[in-house]
Write a protein of this length. Structure first.
Length: 179
């Protein structure tokens, strides 16, 4: 699986033209084969309402084409209320749940559970500014709540964040296997 965050650039490149964006994304999907691909933040319309509109349309059109490419909502999807709004509109195949932005682990838990309830993927994300402790806590939450994906964190490098999250997942498996 390839996961690429494009920070709204596809929308900018194609002036938010749904047909042209879908055509481009289908080419990206074909190029990525045999790997599956997720595109995070293909559109950032500058506000929540319009971003939801475009991500919902992109998701619908890709699904109509039988595409397996997944759209990940990121920008304007920051609070528990935002996550519920994006999920209810199916504005993406997966929503990034930015753990530091939600204000408490209770909201991270509620967000993942809500995504599961409405059948949309949840990406337990965060920021490179987190600590190893926050990464370990959010990894436990992601596993317990059955998030679709968990961000390797903290940091912008791959190795350290990946190993912190992987090691915590292995600790979870070891603990539950002993029960």
């Amino acid at each position: 699986m390839l996961h690429i965050d494009v920070y709204g650039v596809i929308g900018i490149a194609f002036d938010n033209d749904i047909e042209r964006m879908v055509e481009y994304l289908l080419k990206v999907e074909e190029t990525a084969k045999p790997l599956r691909i997720r595109i995070e933040g293909p559109v950032d319309s500058g506000n929540k309402k319009d971003t939801i509109f475009y991500l919902k349309r992109l998701t619908e059109e890709l699904d109509k084409c039988g595409s397996k490419l997944e759209i990940v909502a990121d920008e304007w999807c920051n609070t528990l209320e935002d996550i519920i709004d994006f999920a209810n509109e199916k504005a993406g195949h997966m929503l990034q749940i930015k753990t530091p932005d939600l204000g408490g682990v209770n909201n991270v838990i509620e967000a993942i559970i809500y995504c599961n309830k409405v059948g949309i993927g949840s990406y337990c994300g965060g920021t490179c500014n987190e600590t190893n402790i926050s990464a370990e806590v959010s990894t436990n939450i992601a596993v317990a709540c059955m998030a679709t994906q968990c961000l390797a964190k903290p940091g912008m490098g791959v190795d350290a964040g990946y190993m912190i999250v992987k090691n915590e997942m292995n600790r979870i498996i070891a603990r539950t296997s002993r029960r």
